[in-house]
Design a protein around this ligand. Sequence first.
Ligand code: ZN
Length: 131
Amino acid sequence: MKELSIKTKSRDELVDITYSVQKTVGEEKINGGLCIIYCPHSTAAVTINENADPSVKDDILKFLRRIVPADAGYAHAEGNSDAHIKASLMGNSRIVPISNGKLVLGTWEGIFFCEFDGPRSRKLLVSVLGK
Ligand code: ZN
């Protein structure tokens, strides 16, 4: 298992981590298998979506801000309930197949670290299973 460090710059943002994850997979020198990407934070997540047009990630963030307002009378005293809810909605892990030593993603797809309570220093765990 490898640990990637991610420094986020905004309260919420989608950070393209495709290159770093692929680099980790490449270091394992395997042909086929699975890559498990796990986010060990309760106010961050990991997702896969279009990476060609940056407005797609902007739209995702805009939509999440609309359906999960920052202040909606939440009980959690830390004041970041919206971030916890957004993290749960997006999910804390993804599994990507590996073929010929490469992540098998759709042509326009990328892997994104989803920050919902930044800016912060974060980590992401990447496990590669294969032979
Ligand atoms: Zn909290």
